[in-house]
Design a protein around this ligand. Structure first.
Ligand code: APR
Ligand code: PHB
Length: 403
């Protein structure tokens, strides 16, 4: 088998790359270790930046988002019982975000790719990259556990296999540059059958820890609580979860968060991570394979999509004009945006979480940061432009079609 690009991983990064390449007449094959069902059912985050929504719509996979996504024009930030709204359109010249779950984006992309006859191999095993420094790289895999090995030769390999996949491992096993921060806390995420808690997302800093009120449908809500990173989910009864959610989101107006059956709960730890070496030979890393952000800024999925936009433009230039100039600049262009998203995610995380290691002085500074933010037009604008998504900086050297 031969193809232009072997894509490892059918998450948002891998599927979007395959979609954009196919729209530009470039062949790819996707190798994915999970089943289609598992991909379509795994609950992940759900805020899409304006640019992500625009790209999905412009490339023909935005119909359901248009009908089923919830447009949000702002968020609420809360400190103690004080809740303030940040209005996106007035601060950013009209930008909004859309609340639409990641697995629904994946369903839309999978449907489009499969209807288009894409080669996606699910439930493969033993995926390995070879000869990445040569002009004839190849990937081996087994179509299922224990089956005999298959080989795909290609021009390029796209490592879209997330943080725990084999591609990041290949890049990091020799010279590379990595940056990491682990947090002492994690998020306990629940899906609850109850009514919408707030017309827009609420990010609350409470002395017991952070809480986030988000939504999925009018009858299914997504809530999060800051917990210890090593906390045991079995110690969190539904009653305990509701008590904390109610306490942390209370604004003293006598209205209590409406509880209901909790249909799923889990704890995820949090890290910030960047592998600046996003290219080794003809292997490119994109999305979670190259970086992880804490979820407080809602950037993970959006960052994966912007990496892919840059990589897809590079591959387009290579196949249509025979030039690798843009591919050579993939890392540089992507990292600009990645570090800005890292900065914003780290800022939101520090602002909103309660850290037991913080001194009384640091807690006062955190409170003052909140008051400054909600009282300053400039600070609110900065938050709004970051939350709704910064532009990709293609650089002056490029032709106008990339600016
Ligand atoms: N072989 C084949 N596929 C693999 C392998 C492997 N050895 N290891 C991992 N994968 C697949 C995973 O099963 C998953 O479907 O790669 C895919 C990686 O997808 P994501 O982890 O979703 O990463 P990415 O596409 O970069 O999207 C990043 O998705 O997970 C969220 O929070 C994350 O929002 C962020 C976004
Ligand atoms: C979600 O709805 O899952 C969600 C929303 C906002 C975040 C993180 C997760 O910052």
């Amino acid at each position: 088998m031969h193809t232009n690009v072997v894509i490892i991983g059918a998450g948002p990064a891998g599927l979007m790359l395959s979609h954009l390449l196919s729209q530009n007449g470039i062949d790819s094959i996707i190798l994915e270790k999970r089943s289609r069902k598992e991909i379509e059912e795994t609950v992940r985050a759900g805020v899409l930046e304006q640019g992500t929504v625009d790209l999905l719509k412009e490339t023909g996979v935005g119909t359901r988002i248009e009908h089923e996504g919830f447009e949000h024009e702002g968020i609420y930030l809360q400190f103690g019982q004080k809740r303030e709204r940040i209005d996106f359109p007035s601060l950013t010249g009209g930008k909004k975000v859309v609340v639409y779950p990641q697995h629904e984006v994946l369903k839309d992309l999978l449907k489009a790719r499969i209807e288009d006859g894409a080669a996606i191999h699910f439930e493969v095993d033993e995926v390995k990259t070879h000869a990445i420094h040569s002009n004839e790289p190849y990937v081996t895999y087994t179509p299922e556990k224990g089956a005999s090995e298959e080989t795909i030769t290609c021009d390029y390999i796209a490592g879209c296999d997330g943080f725990h996949g084999p591609c990041r491992e290949t890049v990091t096993e020799s010279d590379c540059s990595e940056y990491e921060k682990l947090y002492d806390y994690g998020w306990l995420g629940v899906l609850a059958e109850t009514e919408v808690a707030s017309d827009e997302l609420v990010y609350a800093n409470h002395e017991n820890g952070f809480a986030l009120l988000s939504t999925r449908t009018p009858t299914l809500q997504r809530f999060y609580l800051q917990v210890d990173r090593k906390d045991d989910i079995n110690l969190w009864s539904d009653d305990r979860i509701w008590t904390e959610l109610k306490k942390r989101s209370d604004i003293g107006d006598g209205k209590e968060l409406k509880d209901g059956p909790i249909v799923s709960k889990n704890i995820v730890s949090m890290r910030s991570y960047v592998c600046e070496t996003m290219r080794k030979g003809n292997l490119f890393l994109a999305g979670d394979a190259a970086h992880i952000v804490p979820p407080t800024g809602a950037k993970g999925l959006n960052l994966a999509i912007s990496d892919i936009q840059i990589l897809a433009e590079g591959l387009k230039e290579r196949y249509h004009n025979g030039s690798e100039n843009l591919l050579d600049r993939y890392e540089e262009i992507a990292l600009q945006r990645i570090w800005k998203a890292q900065r914003f995610s780290s800022f939101m995380t520090t602002l909103l979480h309660t850290d037991v290691k913080k001194t009384k002085f640091e807690r006062k500074i955190q409170e003052s940061e909140f008051h400054y933010l909600v009282s300053s037009e400039a600070a609110k604008r900065s938050l709004a432009e970051n939350y709704t998504g910064l532009p990709i900086e293609w650089g002056r050297a490029l032709a106008p079609q990339y600016s």
